[in-house]
Design a protein around this ligand. Structure first.
Ligand SMILES: Nc1ncnc2c1ncn2[C@@H]1O[C@H](COP(=O)(O)OP(=O)(O)OP(=O)(O)O)[C@@H](O)[C@H]1O
Ligand SMILES: [Zn+2]
Length: 822
């Protein structure tokens, strides 16, 4: 008798263990690890899962169910990915199912509840089977339905593979509605009907339409937009959209024209990923300083796998990356170029495309699921893309032959995923990914993270530094504007000091542009004395205290120290304490009030919801349609504008008063980065930095552009107070809808952990935002010496968690584990 075959399957669910299924005889041939299969789960559900292993060990504890089908003939996850997933689940303490959910674009993760949407713009170009046509008809009627409903409609167990066909055809979408900016593979176009592509026939048509002015108008539009009758008679067409633009009532005359055969509609191919095939730009020629840095990077890579490239703003790091990428592509290797945020991809895409044309693939969440699937599939099957530019999730792409990973702006916190699990840091994960491929990693930034610089200094990473800007333009001069003094002298105009306004004005009158930066991050408003700008700080820690309104208390999030809200200022005695804070939107309004002529633009989360909005704002600024760009941290780094002469930092204080041991490092990075947007071409720029604490050491380091001293002070504090990179942190966040429940559970868990781990356990403590989505939160922080093995710790934590949270009264307390929290 043939042995029975089983598979362990990864399901997109937070299950601690993999599920084992039985493989029916007819599916046994060619079943491999990494393939997608359809499995039943629970009473009614179906999922597409990933085969993790194929074996002959029949599980003893439960009766196995059979696989329903295999979705495709080849694995969709390669061995290196599976390996990487395992590492991630282990290190970041989550399940493989959670990694699977994060790793695949939604178009590749079908579930019976997955919603399928009909694409109204779809034009059929390939022959479809009868069954597929039937489903399409069903869907076009209903607009959308679930996969389960399609199963019912077809009276079959699973329709995933049929759906796969429809997805590939572009006829349907899953899970998300059409997104703005989505480009169908084909677009509806209009041209002259074949019979009318002749002079006399066209003439006749004109005559015949004399009494139908609206149809005539449309015909004229076609001739105009295609560039004349000659072109139109050669079969040139225009998009239906262009035809109807600004003419909403034209559908019925258009239909008439179509009926008469004067016009015909056809499917025009448009590249979904907009593959530029333009001339490939030559690489730039290095300055001597760049050439030296480039050599150093190459020689560092001879002995090191990871190199930190610390180059001041506008030193031309991106140009060096381009040379490195080219060398890798020449060797037939793939390159991953990681950026922390989508805001940055726009400009870098343009720069890379000039050099690499359609070898460049782009991958981020502002692309529709279908577009992401296309990149994914290309890497898997076709290998057109040799370089992928993407944000953090692109570390999950199916690379086969990675040679280099560039982590640009490596210091950025947005590389860390917070919710949902896996809570990974894309930079750190990329280093592991590269390791699995034997690839090199270049961490590039003008302001290295303390962790990376520490690793470089002690020789774990290579270190290459470049301290001159391209063309030896001086780094901007930084002027500090004392808001406290300006306020005292009643010189403030809303949030602007005279110094800042003066520079903005002179830049504008010289036809230069201005960037104004206001960091609105930070949910917790703090108290400030309106007279002397005193901010309450913790007695025991060097952090400001957070104002908790409901409790009427000030809390230190490091030691837990609390005080009742003071009624008067402890420095000057004034009773006028108020919560402080203003955002970019207010600044925009004020700028428009002060300079009515000025064209102001804003870039922050609120103005960049759609895929094209970044592009729009950035190109408006590049082309001079915006004079003043106001933004959050999005505008601070990576962007390269030629004509910005002045940068204003509206409020340095709120960066430095965040109760976090990384606040000073972060403040320095943000200020140095945004300063770096000034004076990149032609002439030294100016930065006006507004602060009520002009003597703050961090302000001094920013003014002097003194990264080294900033690092020295910070690393000393990290060592003294047992923070990373000397210690490893791990947060356990507990949630429940009743505060007493979560507090008691956390207390019990902390006590249990303390019995084993001693004072490595801190808290529980309510985080700055104590309630999210109606759940009360509390946090236990674990601090470990670097030597501790994470898996040993994991075991200890797991045991304690299982012990505590399995108790009846705490069953519904949920736990989030955040390893290396930021
Ligand atoms: N060798 C070169 N030849 C021509 N132009 C260059 C060269 N090096 C840099 N540049 C130009 O100088 C400007 C700044 O370079 P780039 O954007 O690469 O700096 P960067 O170090 O990445 O800056 P940041 O850290 O601020 O993002 C760009 O417009 C770039 O095209
Ligand atoms: Zn005061």
């Amino acid at each position: 008798m043939e042995p029975e075959i089983f598979v362990d399957v990864i399901l997109p669910l937070p299950l601690p263990r993999l599920f084992t299924y039985f493989v029916p005889d007819d599916m046994q041939d060619n079943l491999q690890k990494g393939m997608r299969v359809v499995v039943p789960f629970g009473k009614k559900k179906q999922y597409s899962g990933i085969v993790f292993s194929v074996h002959q060990n029949k599980p003893a504890e439960y009766e196995t169910k059979p696989l329903l089908s295999i979705i495709e003939r080849t694995p969709i996850i390669n061995e290196k990915q599976l390996d990487f997933w395992q590492w991630m689940a282990e290190y970041y303490q989550c399940t493989l199912g959670e990694v699977y959910k994060a790793a695949l674009p939604s178009g590749l993760k079908l579930e019976s509840e997955t919603r399928v949407y009909y694409n109204p713009d779809y034009i059929q170009s390939n022959e479809l089977s009868e069954k597929v046509e039937k489903v399409l008809l069903f869907l076009s009627d209903k607009k959308f339905c679930s996969v389960g409903e399609i199963n019912d409609f077809l009276k079959q167990k699973s329709s995933f593979s049929l759906l796969q066909t429809l997805l590939e055809e572009g006829a349907v979408f899953v899970n998300e509605r059409l997104k703005e900016g989505y480009k169908a593979r084909t677009e509806n176009y209009l041209r002259l009907g074949e019979a009318f592509q002749k002079e006399e026939a066209l003439h006749e048509a004109f005559n015949a339409l004399e009494k139908a002015p609206r149809q005539l108008q449309l015909l004229m539009t076609l001739l105009q937009k295609t560039g004349g009758a000659g072109q139109a008679m050669n079969g040139a067409g225009i998009s239906r959209k262009a035809m109807l633009e600004g003419n909403n009532s034209a559908t019925s005359p258009l239909n008439e024209l179509l009926k008469k055969g004067i016009l015909e509609q056809y499917a025009h191919e448009v590249g979904r990923l907009d593959l530029a095939n333009g001339p490939i730009k030559e690489k730039s020629i290095f300055s001597p300083a760049q050439a030296k840095a480039f050599k150093e990077i190459e020689s560092a890579f001879e002995t090191q796998n990871v190199v930190l490239f610390h180059g001041v703003t506008s030193s031309g790091k991106t140009e060096l990356y381009i040379h490195l990428i080219e060398k890798n592509i020449e060797k037939g290797k793939q390159v991953l170029y990681l950026l922390p945020e989508i805001a940055l991809t726009t400009q870098i895409t343009t720069r890379l495309k000039k050099h690499f044309g359609n070898k460049l693939g782009i991958y981020h969440s502002k692309f529709s699921s279908e577009e992401r699937v296309e990149v994914y599939r290309d890497l898997l099957e076709n290998h057109h893309y040799q370089i992928v530019l993407g944000v953090r999730s692109s570390i999950f792409l199916p690379f086969t032959n990675l040679g280099l990973v560039i982590v640009d702006e490596e210091h950025e916190h947005s590389f860390k995923q917070f919710d949902p699990a896996p809570r990974y840091h894309a930079r750190d994960a990329a280093i592991m990914l590269a390791h699995k491929h034997g690839a090199k990693v270049l961490l590039g930034t003008a302001t290295p993270s303390v962790e990376s610089y520490y690793n470089a200094k002690r020789g774990k990473y290579g270190l290459v530094e470049l301290f001159t800007r391209f063309e030896d333009i001086q780094l901007p001069r930084i002027l500090v504007a004392d808001t406290r003094e300006a306020r005292r002298k009643k010189q403030m105009k809303s949030h602007f000091t005279p110094l800042l306004l003066e520079h903005v004005e002179s830049a504008l009158s010289n036809n230069k542009q201005v960037i104004l930066f206001q960091n609105r991050r930070g949910f917790s408003p703090f108290l400030e004395c309106t007279v002397c700008a005193w901010v309450p700080r913790c007695k025991f820690c060097d952090v400001s205290m957070t104002y908790h309104k409901k409790m009427n208390q000030l809390v230190c999030h490091y030691c837990g120290h609390t005080v009742t809200t003071p009624q008067t200022c402890h420095a000057c005695g004034s009773p006028s304490l108020s919560t402080q804070g203003f955002g970019t939107e207010k600044i925009e309004e004020e700028i428009k009030n002060i300079f009515p002529e000025v064209r102001a633009g804003r870039m922050d989360l609120d103005t960049t919801r759609s895929k094209k909005s970044y592009q729009k704002i950035i190109s408006d600024f590049e082309s001079g349609n915006i004079d003043v760009l106001i933004g959050t941290q999005m505008v601070t780094k990576g962007l390269d504008f030629d004509n910005v002469s002045v940068v204003g930092i509206l409020n340095a204080d709120n960066m430095l008063n965040i109760p976090d041991f990384r606040a000073f490092e972060r403040g320095f990075q943000m200020m140095a980065q945004v300063s770096g947007r000034a004076g990149r071409k032609n002439k030294q720029g100016t930065v006006v930095l507004q602060t009520s604490a002009p003597d703050h050491p961090i302000i001094g380091y920013v003014v002097e552009n003194d990264y080294a001293t900033m690092y020295k002070t910070q690393i000393a504090e990290r060592q003294m107070y047992k923070y990373p990179p000397y210690y490893r942190l791990m947060n356990l966040i507990l949630k429940h809808k009743h505060k007493p429940v979560v507090d008691k559970a956390a207390e019990a868990l902390a006590n249990q952990l303390r019995a084993i781990l001693g004072d490595r356990v801190l808290g529980p403590q309510e985080p700055p935002v104590g309630r999210v989505q109606n759940q009360y939160l509390t946090r236990i922080m674990l601090k470990f010496e670097k030597g501790h093995s994470p898996s040993h710790v994991k075991q200890l934590v797991n045991d304690a968690v299982n012990n505590i949270l399995s108790r009846q009264e705490w069953r519904y307390v949920t736990l989030q584990v955040d390893v290396d929290p930021l």
